[in-house]
Design a protein around this ligand. Sequence first.
Ligand code: ATP
Ligand code: MG
Length: 768
Amino acid sequence: MAQLYEQRLDKLLSFGMEEKLAKTAARNEKVYSSTLEALKSASFVNDGSQQTKNKCLLLYNAVIHPKLPLTNRNSLFLMIGDERIKTKAQLDAAIEFLVSIGEEKVEESILEQQAGVGVIVTKEDICERVKTVLDENHNQVQMKGSHTNVGLLVKQVLSSLRFADAKLVRLEVERQLQDLLNHLSLSDKDEEENVDPFAGIPNIMAARDLETARNTPELLERHRLATGGKVICRFPPEPNGFLHIGHAKSMFLNFGYAQKENGICILRYDDTNPEAEREEFIKSIEESVKWLGYEPSKITFTSDYFDQLYELAVELIKRDKAYVCHLKPDEISQYREKKQDSPWRNRPIEESLTLFEDMKFGKFEEGAATLRMKIDMQHPNPCMQDPIAYRIRYKRHPHSGDRWCIYPSYDFAHCIVDSLEWITHSLCTLEFEIRRDSYYWLLAALDMYRPFVWEFSRLVVTHTVVSKRKLTFLVDKGYVRGWDDPRMPTLMGLRRRGFPPEALRKFCASVGVTRGDNLIGFHKLENACRTCLDPQVFRRMCVLEPLKVVIENLPKDHIEWLQVPNHPKDEGKGTHKSPFTKEVYIEKSDFRLQDEKDFFGLAPGKVSLVSFSSLVFTYILLFPCQKTVLLRYAYPITAKDIKWSAEDPCRIESVVVSYDPDKTQKPKGVLHWVASNQFSTSVEVRLYNNLFLSEQPGLIKGDAWLDDINPESEVVKENALLEYDAAQNINPGDIFQFERLGFFCCDKDSTIPTRVVFNRTVTLKGIR
Ligand code: ATP
Ligand code: MG
């Protein structure tokens, strides 16, 4: 029986089917044979790619459909095989059609039409349709705010964009909905105030299902005496990289929960692995924690406890709960697979004590001996199969120097240090859930106080990676300007880009404590940033790609000092002076030779052509129509002439305009601008976009994630012009809103006054 199942499984896998799916399909004979028939009829080659897996999945979905008629099956399978049908939406449409016609034979071309073969739904189509649906649901959104049912909106969009990628539609709905909510001021603020982001953390007194997790009354009493009954949390980063946005969530929970409960939170460097840990990282972590606004009650290092940890390891051996083992790492894995005891497991206690001391005194080579906890090699949880407690590393430790050549493992050190620090709540990410058993086993084995362990999901933000290994790679190989590159999801990167710490805290509050999937759109972080910056920062004008405009009806040396508000929505923020001169600069993209109905920039007077016919002649009349645009905070201007460059006849040297001093003409659009060179400063502006093109680059297998780096993640405008006032007294870290462009932060690469560099923090989307 089992053999038959294995044979079926192998067969399905040979077509390139995903293992989990293959296992399901192999279990049932009927399903297996119809799946196999479909895979064969689809006649494709297994190239091990994602596309092949997708084909198998579609074919499987087709055959398990209870009503799929027999007649046109083969055509359907072929269309999946050669990728005419690529999505579930297409498949559903095809099946729906086939079911409706029953056993009648149809031409493939008709089936293709029904399945939307060749229909391309672009991002723009999705954007447009989402916009319409949101408009139609405006009242609902206004009423329900952030509790609007996203699924229903997605369904509505898909009902008229049948073949659109449902995942893209969902992301777009979320993005536009968030923008709309910001605009409606039904922002996260309400959510933060109304919903407790820590509500998910269960009560510490909740029943502990593990026997070993329960504290004795004596331990509880000792804990109460030591802490006065306070909540004590800890944030335990390993100093092997800079902190990132995921750590912000962890800090928000640990520091935030302690704060909420009037407790304290310790910053603990979990420095048990001397290999990747560096002083530079220790410093940056402390800076990041403080920048984010958290004050640790104290800063500790796991290495501070190396002496106690060693003593406790000796105690564990004495209790016959640990032994020195000489198996190599791969042998340990093999023994675990076979659930077989190590040959050293039952050596005498005295022998292990001597050998452990020998390990400490450097009498072994690296890898020649480890200390292992004696738990249970038969345990179904591999973390309980005699995990390693100590290993040998001849490597200088950034904190304890050369004192030790044996280092405790995470499994040994983490729970013990939690207990020594009397931590009440040990909050960690879900990948540690499997280690909960050994966490409590060890504390019980040593009769130590047992903190309350609770796991939450890792935060993953779209279009970026948060694995420290990958971030280190990006830095070491020069893909970015360092750990604090403004594209990096590190806290120092986000700070350099201009994100205020309160935006990150706000973002974490909206994410809350979850144990479910935690993939969050980067746009949510951007929205939090806009909401924080918008009411605070001063407005200035900056032109990224300047085009000269000469005002013909102004004298040569004309200067008018305009009083311009620092913040148009907040009079209290005062005004600044902005010079209006005969020559000004506007954005190149705000000028077009050919005017269009939906273009709100400057364009030469358009000539309208009107024709009408009598019996004999056709009359053509030309009507020049003058278009006027407003230079923000100044005057309306109208294009009169274009001066072409003498060297390059295709390049516009300048646009000649007339201005309307009485402001009587009604402008069609409003442009940002800066005054002539002498009253503006040349600056370098770095425009930042997503670092990766795909939503979840972290899921890309092998080295291909590097190909996903967005070539336009940084676009540099070297010759931008910044208005006069902004360039005075500027300092790195200063943030402005450049009107119509976004929020920008002065970069640390600036050497003021000779070089000024600005980073685009975020565009203005959603802010009016
Ligand atoms: P990596 O696997 O990328 O090296 P890590 O989990 O080892 O990350 P640590 O420095 O050990 O990183 O993490 C410190 C704390 O922050 C841990 O409690 C960890 O669970 C938590 N943490 C790390 N990454 C995330 C994340 N993406 N979301 C939420 N919490 C995180
Ligand atoms: Mg870690």
